[in-house]
Design a protein around this ligand. Structure first.
Ligand code: GH3
Ligand code: MG
Ligand code: MG
Length: 373
């Protein structure tokens, strides 16, 4: 009696092999993929692994390579199961991965049982034996196999196929080919997805400030006129808030630049948590921020400014072992079209209001003076 692990991502295939081996008194284990199978091999140390060669996620050959490369396990004997139409590649792949046998599907019970007996009669691979697989060669075979799967499926489904030939065996082969193709498609989709994520991260880097994660000035400049145009079309007001941390220089001077950075990050996080997703919060420079609020009345903007001021004031900031304490902000507000026809005019009006807030003692909100309230 031997412990045998059966690996296949299609339950029906797995079940077929398991029920066949069930009659012969072996201890049977099963896995739906390469990753799971690796863990089972480490825990259960089967004498033999029978694995499908083309699976979603980790393929049979990748699984075999992992096993060979793992110094923690003495590698079990392996039998590959493969579709007939890429038998040649599978044979080469088996050789490159140090796998001594492969069996074509649909599996003939007699062939499988003989192969199992023969493989189990062989001496186990010595634990120290390590393989140096030729990655290029393997990659080449895998590509060939993927191409053949595609060819095979279009051959089965193509216009030249006589429709009367839909025997159960043919249907089973078609299903199996489709599943192989699906595995290949999934692999490609995963690669594309990873690339898409990398691209999103890259484009994020262009519009985000790295310290605070807020939008940067460049993004503000790009979006401001667009937002003004949109506000004009819809006839809704657009709010601009200029925000500046009070006496920020003192924080740097007292606690150091790194502590100053931590304050900038904490203030940004707090303000971000208090703004709507459709609003644009940017780090305009140093310790200055701009919030663009779409479709908001002056009252709403002023209310939001007071909330931000209170929210920041309540922060109790520490950095490493230092207690930095509280910081305050001053805010200048302007509304398009009341305080400026263009985005930059409205920004200037907000900046002037901010200057007045600083002049009159800081930690307060001021509205641009020409406001029609
Ligand atoms: P006020 O209340 O008038 O705004 O005073 P303030 O000290 O906040 O203003 P001031 O413009 O004099 O100083 C801003 C300081 O912000 C000076 C600069 O060194 C610091 N600063 C700018 N960018 C960064 C940064 O990325 N990290 C840190 N730690 N400090 C920065
Ligand atoms: Mg300041
Ligand atoms: Mg400043």
């Amino acid at each position: 009696m031997a412990t045998i692990l059966v690996v296949d991502d299609r339950p029906a295939n797995r079940q077929f092999v398991l029920s066949l081996l069930g009659y012969f008194g072996h201890r049977l284990l099963e896995a739906a993929g390469g990753v799971e199978a690796l863990q089972i091999v480490r825990d259960e140390r089967p004498a033999l692994v029978i694995t499908d060669i083309g699976m979603k996620g980790m393929d049979g050959y990748q699984f075999a390579l992992h096993l060979r490369a793992d110094p923690a396990v003495s590698p079990p004997r392996i039998i590959f199961l493969t579709a007939t139409y890429f038998e040649a590649e599978a044979r080469a792949l088996a050789q490159a991965c140090g796998v001594s046998r492969y069996i074509t599907k649909p599996v003939e019970p007699q062939v499988l049982l003989e192969a199992i007996d023969a493989v189990l009669a062989e001496p186990a691979p010595p634990p120290g034996e390590r393989l140096r697989p030729d990655e290029k060669l393997i990659d080449g075979y895998v590509r060939l196999m993927a191409a053949k799967v595609q060819q095979h499926v279009s051959g089965l489904e193509g216009p030249g196929t006589p429709t009367g030939e839909r025997t159960p065996e043919r249907t089973a082969r078609l299903e199996s080919a489709n599943a192989d193709l699906q595995a290949e498609v999934t692999r490609r989709q995963q690669a594309e997805e990873a690339l898409r994520h990398a691209n999103i991260r890259l484009s994020e880097q262009v519009v985000r400030d790295p310290l605070t994660g807020l939008f940067n000035r460049r993004y503000l400049e790009e979006s401001l006129e667009r937002e003004v145009a949109r506000a004009k079309r819809s006839g809704t007001p657009l709010g601009i808030m200029m925000i500046d941390i009070d006496h920020f220089k003192r924080i740097n001077d007292t606690f150091g630049h790194a502590a100053g950075d931590a304050v900038l990050a904490a203030v940004s996080r707090r303000m971000q948590s208090m703004t709507r997703v459709e609003d644009i919060l940017c780090r305009y420079g140093g310790e200055e921020f701009v919030l663009v609020m779409t479709a908001a009345s002056l009252d709403t903007i002023r209310e939001r400014a007071e909330m931000l001021r209170e929210g920041v004031r309540r922060l109790n900031i520490g950095f490493e072992s230092q207690h930095i304490g509280r910081v305050t902000i001053s805010v200048g507000i302007a509304v398009h079209p009341d305080h400026g026809e263009t985005g930059s005019q409205a920004m200037e009006a907000a900046d002037t209001a901010l200057y007045r807030a600083k002049q009159s003692g800081r930690n307060r909100t001021m509205v641009a003076s020409a406001a029609r309230e």
